[in-house]
Structure formats: structure tokens, C-alpha cells
Design a protein. Sequence first.
Length: 114
Amino acid sequence: MYWQSMVIIFSPLIGAITLLFKNKSTDFLSSIIANSAIGISMLLSLWLFILYISGHNVSESHLVYTWYATSGYFFEIGLLVDSLTIVMSFIVTFISFFVHMYSIAYMKGDPSFK
């Protein structure tokens, strides 16, 4: 479940960086890159949501990085996947995907659309 959560987080970021540096791409290619980045996140969120609904134990915590450590104090960066995280991830990525679909159809033919 750790790698699925990391892909959900970083897939839109990789898509945005790709679009940032491919400024000569066509409207169609830009649409494919943007929608596939959000679509991957949505599908993985849907998969985790289905696991949650079917009753699997979905509560996991992973330590990613220890940011600062002294005697007795630890500041760590981690990833917590629980029921609230899964439901919110599914809702946000589901709505974002359809907002992308709508905005591409709405901006079709606009000269500033890239």
C-alpha cells in the first residue's frame, strides 16, 4: 500500500513537471499527459477505496525520513494511510479527474490553451 500511496501523491506532480518543460507540445498531447497523470492517481485511489470498503485492514504508517533527531526528540516525515486518508484521496482525485476532462472540452479552440 506504500507504493500506491506514493504514486497517488507524485503522479500529478510528475505530469505537471512534464507539461512545464514540454512547452512545444500540442493541445492533444498536453491533454493526454494531464489526464493520464490525474487518471493514474484516481485509479489507484479507487483501488484503495475498494479495499477499504471490502473490509481489508488499510491502516498503515511508514517512516519516510528522519528530519531532526536529538536526545529524546525526533522529528520524522512519514506517510499515514488510514480510512480518512483513503476516502479523501478518492474524493479529491475523482473530482479532479472530471474537472480536467471538463476544462479540456471547455478550452478547446482557445488560442491560449496549451
